[in-house]
Design a protein around this ligand. Sequence first.
Ligand code: HEC
Ligand code: HEC
Ligand code: HEC
Length: 142
Amino acid sequence: MTARSAWRVASISLLGAAVLLLGATAHAADPPKAYLPGITSTDQSPDGCVSCHTGDKTVKKMLDALKHRDMKDMVKSVPEDCKSCHNEEDGLEPMTLIAHSMHYAKGSKSEFVTRHQGSCLHCHAVSTGSGHVTVKSGPKNW
Ligand code: HEC
Ligand code: HEC
Ligand code: HEC
């Protein structure tokens, strides 16, 4: 090996070590990547509840399993029309508490958290311009 090529090998491995070191530092300092459906990634549930709850997991099927009473024809839009019964005047738990507790009660063990990162933005949409936050809604799929 000539002195020159030895120098090149040495400087390349030095560079390699520096890149590795930099990589390791960058890795340690990197915050977790934000998961914000509709903002940092495509929105997998643009219609909220009914986007996720399809097939044998429709909201109706989930509620049947909980022995929910017959909703008759009162629900056309989910979760909007659930509020026709679930409101304070009727003395029933409001949809806010129902929706949140159903998906977060089990904390980090909740399937909503383990499989869907638990993002608020699965059900809520935030307008990056005006800042308005809304609850996504969609026609019932059962
Ligand atoms: C991003 C997907 C997603 C969205 C959006 C979503 N859910 Fe769920 N939901 C889940 C998962 C995951 C579970 C855990 C149970 C399972 O999948 O077996 C669950 C559970 C439920 C359950 C059963 C709770 C229990 O204790 O048995 C009901 C009822 C329910 N969701 C209704 C809703 C309603 C109403 C909305 C809209 C306000 C909604 N979901 C929005 C994914 C979603
Ligand atoms: C016809 C009226 C009516 C409609 C419409 C309705 N609910 Fe209910 N729901 C009830 C009643 C009554 C209860 C029992 C409340 C209780 O036991 O305190 C209940 C209970 C529940 C519970 C169980 C709460 C608990 O802690 O045990 C969930 C979850 C629920 N409803 C979700 C929904 C969702 C989601 C929708 C819309 C898709 C909906 N409901 C539409 C009347 C209704
Ligand atoms: C599974 C669907 C779902 C998820 C996930 C969800 N929300 Fe909600 N949220 C709702 C629904 C449904 C309402 C009631 C809307 C209504 O009454 O019109 C609501 C209402 C609210 C309200 C209004 C409360 C009030 O009493 O008026 C706030 C604030 C809120 N959510 C914050 C959050 C935050 C923060 C997160 C994430 C940590 C979150 N939500 C995740 C469905 C969800």
